[in-house]
Write a protein that binds this ligand. Sequence first.
Ligand code: FES
Length: 103
Amino acid sequence: MARIHVCSESDLPDGEAIKIDSPLSPIAVIRSGGDLYAVTDRCSHGNASMSEGYIEDDGTVECPLHAARFCLKTGAALCQPATDPLSTYPVVVEEGAIYVELP
Ligand code: FES
């Protein structure tokens, strides 16, 4: 399993997102309601970046292009027009640094 360093924990405040590159695809690392999540950055419906989406404090993000909402924990699409989920990745915090683990 590969691990990618994202940033210092203090550099990702609640309601914010950071886009990182990975060998799989770009990933959006998002803090919502105090919790950290990592999902595929590209919306499952079209060419939009979830790291530029509207982050709610209930663990969801809204696509900035057509307003589909996704559960950050499961990646599930919660409303149209998206129907396919986003991939999700484990997030680990160690010694004040955030990492995303890849399969
Ligand atoms: Fe995200 Fe259409 S591109 S809902």
